[in-house]
Every structure is written in C-alpha cells, then in structure tokens.
Design a protein around this ligand. Structure first.
Ligand code: ADP
Ligand code: MG
Length: 528
C-alpha cells in the first residue's frame, strides 16, 4: 500500500521510522500540521486527544534538526511527567534512524542523572516546566540554541498554573525559534501566550470532529441517590466484561476514597492523581498497560493525554465540571475504532448538565438500568462456568480428576454448586444485600398554585445570582419581590415562578432585556 506520509515532505529517515511504526495514513492534524511546521511556520494545533499530535510535531521537527549532540535544538514542554515520558518514547521511535540524543526531564526523578546527560550534549529536551526551570536555574540547561519549542497540552499547563514558568522558559530561548502549540481548548490565556510569544502569522489549525465523542463509544447514565453511588459502580463493573477500566472522580480525595473502597471489595485497582509520587504513578501506568491491574481511578488532570490501549470502559463516578472534560474522559476508550463503553453515574441535579453534554457533543447518553443482584449472580456464575469449560477444553483439570472420582456420584451436583459458591464468593467483594437499587424520585418542579413557571435564558455561565433575577423583574417590570419564587439557576438558563397576574407585564417588559451582559429570552416553561 502507498504510504501517504510520503507526500508531506518529511525526511527519509523519519519516513522510514514511521513506516516501521506501522502507520500508513496521516491523521487529519498530521496532514495539516506537518507541512506547516516543515515550512517553518508557528502553529496552534487543536485536535481531540488520541489524534496523533505527538507524531505531528515530532516527525516534522526531527526531520529538520541535525545530529549535533551539543546544545539543545528542540524543547518539548508537557504538563505532566507521564505525558513527558510518553512523548519521549514516541519521539525516540520517530528518531530511530537518526543519531540524535534526547533527555526527558521531570520532577521527582534523579536530577543528577539528567544533568550528566545534558552535559554530554543533547539535541532534544522533553520535560515538565518545573524541572526545566530547575535545570535552567542550575545553569545546566542552556536554551539559546533552541530552534523549536513545542507546548503540548497547553491548556492543561495553563490550568495547572504553569503559565509563568512557560513564559520564563520561552523568554530564555532564541527569538527566531519556531513555536508549536497544541491545546485541546482555546481559553483566553492560550490566545495571550500565542499573541505574545508566537510569530504574527501563526497558523491556527483546528480539526473539528464530526462528533466530539468517538462514535464507537456507547454512553449510558445511571441516576442514583448519593448513598448508592459506590454500590452502583460495583454493580456496573460486576456485570460488565471489563478488560481495562478507568474511573474518573473530580477530586483527589474522592479518588482515594473510591480506591480504598474498591480495594476493600477485592477489585484490582490503583489511584492516579497529582499527589502521588513519580515512581508510583509510572508503576501504576505500567501495571494498567500490562493488565496487572484492571482499574485505574483518576482525576481529569492526571489522566489527560495518557494513551492506554484496550480501555474497554470509562466510568464517570462523578460528572466533570465542563463538557470538554467529559469528552476527554470518554476519549480514553473506543480508541482506534475499537468499541468502548462509558458509564456515568449522576444525581438528579446533574440532569441539565447531562443534556448539555448531549447537545454539545451531538451524541446520546442512554438511560441505563442498574443491574439487579440476580443479574450480577447470573453473570458471574455464567462466567465461572465458561472459565471452567475453558479449563476442560485445555485439559488443565485432569490432574484433579482422580480426586473427583473418589467422590460419591450422588454428591457431585452439591460439590459443584459448593465450588461455584466458593469462587463466586471470592469474586464478589461487595456485600450486596438488596436486589435492586431504586432511582431517586423526581422532585416536583412545577410552579405552585397561582404561579407560572418561566424559563429565562441566562444562568451561572452568565454569573447570574438569585438577587440578580429578583432585581431584574423588580426593576424592569415593577413586580413585587413576593411575587417571585422558586428560582432555580442552571448553567445556561434559569427557572423562576412568577405570580400569574404579573406574567403579562413580565413578558411585555422583560423580553430581550439584559441581565448582566446577556440579552435574555423568556418563555413559559413546560409545566409537565
Ligand atoms: P494525542 O497527543 O493527539 O492525544 P498521541 O500522539 O498520543 O495523540 O497518539 C495516540 C496514538 O495514536 C499513539 O499510540 C500513536 O502512536 C498513534 N498514532 C499516531 N499517528 C498515527 C497514525 N497516523 N496512524 C495510526 N496511529 C497513529
Ligand atoms: Mg498528546
């Protein structure tokens, strides 16, 4: 088959390496970014995770740099150690047929070793902002010869508070350098950096996904009471064929809590978040990749960009705060067109956010039914039986056959059942007691007698508070405070009850008026 990378202008040795990696077709971001970077332009690349951004910048930059083994020519900055390591591995594969020298620098690892390598002369430096700064301060890392700077996952660096460090680093490099910035999102801070540190004619390459979430991922949600959240998680993973699962929590604390509970229930699981030390995190990632553990419980930041194959399930133990984070989480599964499953456990108040996710990602999140105890039992027993069949098929059981032959034949069914009971017991760590978990009953949201519920198109996103809503109706329509009730502010809109005899006045005077800077629209809400 023709190798479509050949059309992009990459150097022969890099092309050979890409062929070696087994890639024949550039991804859209690679197709657009590689020629630009080769042409010497600064770029901002925006594409979903898992779209091959590392190869996009790596192949172009490695095509251009020389084997000088002196001062660093390329500097790749990444927000986390894991990502830096991952980039390092990929870059080395791309540079397989070039005699370049590399160093990967990050906190929590032996700095002395890194210093030694740098002193011998390196062409490419990959690292986290903190450690790069440290090595600069020690006058070991000299950046004046750097011609290429890559800021990978720039929005993540921004969020983690690395802006100043990144700026300091950029200022120490040669102003003729080429700057390549990758970011999943484009917050103001990124635009500022681009404006300040990139050439005026920089190209913004944005790869729009047809749908933001992979179409190969099936998404389900489960609505539960707070106290049932953990049991729901257990029920879900007990009936699913999880090869590798990543469970997301919002905070480090809740990661630790979930891991502790899961370990107590006998699951093979470890935590991944920023408070854990370097070695631990690397080990955990390796274990997940090799299948030594089945589950990872992580915060959004810790898991960003991490590339683990075979993640069959992503489970949102809690919803993230932003739609984008949801998309990133889900993107951990269903990679390379494999099938993936995403479960999201929500509480009733999360409904509107869930709807928003569906809308923005153009996907549907189906309502799932929490597995019953009977289902869990049947599932596990079936799996035990099919494992037993495998053993028989492979003949592993034969060495015990003579023992079984001594058992009274009439007792064999009881023995078999008892053995199943033992295995089942071992495999089911959570002490289920109830057959089902009930979903919470919906609060009645309608307006009370004599009031009409209105829908207003402004919400927390517009920094609207209860007082603002009251003031708005009082000022614009001369409504009494007592005639305003039941204010329920969501992200993009607000529900409010207004006394029936004031409605006409409100609709006449408030339609298309401004709350803060948002020109709003008002509708009578659906009362059902
Ligand atoms: P991103 O940085 O966009 O999240 P990565 O650079 O981590 O994505 O790449 C994700 C995976 O895709 C890696 O395992 C990488 O080796 C692989 N990959 C990159 N480019 C291609 C390609 N053109 N064809 C197939 N796989 C690719
Ligand atoms: Mg990446």
């Amino acid at each position: 088959m023709e190798n479509l990378f050949e059309k992009l202008g990459l150097s022969q040795d890099v092309l050979k390496a890409i062929k070696n990696m087994g890639f024949v077709k550039p991804s859209p971001i690679q197709e657009k970014a590689i020629p630009e970077v080769l042409g010497g332009h600064d770029i901002i690349g925006q594409a979903q995770t898992g779209t091959g951004k590392t190869l996009a910048f790596g192949s172009a930059i490695l095509s251009k740099i020389n084997e000088s083994h002196d001062l660093p020519q390329a500097l790749i900055i990444s927000p986390t150690r894991e990502l830096a390591m991952q980039i390092n591995e990929e870059i080395k594969r791309i540079g397989k047929y070039k005699e370049l020298t590399y160093v990967c620098v990050y906190g929590g690892s032996e700095i002395e070793k890194q210093i030694k390598i740098i002193k011998k002369g390196v062409d490419v430096v990959i690292g986290t902002p903190g450690r790069i700064m440290d090595l600069m301060r020690r006058k070991v890392l000299k950046l004046q010869a750097v011609d290429y700077v890559v800021l990978d996952e720039a929005d993540e660096m921004l969020k983690m508070g690395f802006v100043e460090d990144v700026e300091t680093i950029l200022e120490k490099t040669n102003s003729h350098r080429q700057t390549v910035l990758f970011s999943a999102t484009m917050p103001q801070g990124i635009k500022k950096i681009a404006k300040k540190y990139m050439k005026e004619d920089y190209q913004h390459i944005a790869i729009k996904q047809k749908t933001q979430t992979a179409t190969t991922v099936k998404q389900y949600y489960y609505e539960v009471k707070e106290k049932d959240r953990f049991e729901t998680l257990c029920r879900l993973i007990d009936v699913s064929q999880v090869q590798t699962g990543i469970i997301f929590c919002r905070t480090k604390r809740s990661v630790d809590e979930v891991v502790e509970l899961m370990q107590k229930a006998n699951y093979s699981v470890e935590a991944m978040h920023g408070d854990l030390n370097q070695n631990h995190r690397m080990n955990t990632l390796r274990k997940l990749k090799t299948g030594a553990i089945q589950f990872l419980v992580a915060t959004d930041v810790a898991a960003r960009g991490i590339d683990v194959e075979n993640v069959s399930h992503v489970i949102n133990y809690g919803l993230p705060q932003e739609v984008e984070a949801y998309v990133h989480r889900i993107g951990r599964t269903g990679r390379a067109n494999k099938k993936g499953i995403a479960y999201t456990i929500i509480s009733p108040r999360d409904h509107s956010f869930l709807k928003q996710i569906e809308k923005e990602t153009h996907s549907t999140i189906e309502k799932g039914v929490i597995p019953t105890l009977t289902e869990i039992k049947m599932n596990k027993v079936n799996r035990i039986l099919s494992q037993a069949e495998d053993e028989i098929f492979q003949g592993h059981h034969k060495k015990f056959k003579s023992i079984v032959n001594e058992i009274d034949e009439t007792m064999l069914p009881d023995f078999t059942a008892a053995l199943i009971q033992l295995v089942y017991h071992q495999q089911t760590g959570y002490a289920y007691t109830k057959e089902t978990i009930t979903t919470p009953r919906k609060k009645k949201k309608g307006a009370s007698e004599g009031f009409v519920r209105l829908f207003v198109t402004a919400g927390t996103m517009d920094k609207v508070k209860k007082g603002d809503i009251i003031d708005f109706f009082v000022e614009k329509a001369n409504v009494n405070r007592e005639d305003i009730q039941g204010i329920d502010i969501k992200r993009k809109f607000t529900f409010v009850n207004i006394r029936e005899n004031q409605i006409e006045k409100v609709l006449r005077n408030c339609q298309k008026e401004k709350i803060h800077n948002r020109r709003i629209e008002i509708e009578v809400a659906n009362q059902k």
